[in-house]
Design a protein around this ligand. Sequence first.
Ligand code: SER
Length: 319
Amino acid sequence: MAEKILIIGACGQIGTELTEALAGIYGAANVLATDVRDSGTAPEVPYQKLDVLDEKGVFETIKRFKPDQIYHLAALLSATAEKNPKLGWQLNMDGLFYVLDAALEAGTRKVYWPSSIAAFGPNTPRHATPQYCVMDPNTVYGISKLAGERYAEYYFKRYGLDVRSLRYPGLIGWKSAPGGGTTDYAVAIYYDALQTGVHNCFLREDTELPMLYMPDAIRATLEIMHAPAEQIRIRSSYNLAGMSFDPATITASIAKHIPGFNSTYNPDFRQAIADSWPASIDDSHARNDWGWKPNFHLDAMTADMLLNLRSVKGVGAGA
Ligand code: SER
């Protein structure tokens, strides 16, 4: 019998693309996409409205659907959570506990839950940030991710729940919109390049951050979930890297395709968040344990983003 897959937060930046990928692997009928929104993003995939803060709803859904795998993606991201710190903590932590406890109760085989580079902090080594080092996050989002990592490992060790996790860098894709992160400028900049020819950046031009192109992020997620359990030696969350760049460098990469494209810089409250995060990540544990290897570097991503935004999404058409 085919495995059953539950996605929570299916309409977000990652959820939209992951739902499509999982439906392709397991068959749309074996996937249940859920989100707080009224309707889903993939018409062929069964959809149910579910608020992850609705404890009863989460337990009932998991008990009834009996998923073999759960992908729990619902979260408030860094910038949004700073605007509403109480809700950020509640949604990110209570939601995680409901899912972990309901998964245990229902005998779910595997749970995926994402962490982030936000789990690091100002005293973390900034370059080639190692898997194990000082982690002193100073955003609500980062604090919730670090706490969640500790609980992921706790549920694995104490209850044997097969929880797997990646510390995503900033994620960049053309199929779905980002939702309130500090790295979101690196998506908006492509739209601006095609629509207006200038990007007003909320970070300084030399703010280097780790980033990953969405096809690589989706592949990493599927690879860690499909790896034999004994290869997953880290049960908190794996460092994961693709590329690192600052706003000036991505602007130059785009200008190779769109001559004259330029960015202006007006840092806001997100600058302090970015300054507390790593500039680059050492992901050797992921490479060694389950064979991780990114495909996309900056220029290849830029070419692919511009091509797809133009030809599939029609961004900039007629401009
Ligand atoms: N992209 C996320 C954010 O900026 C990092 O996990 O919040």
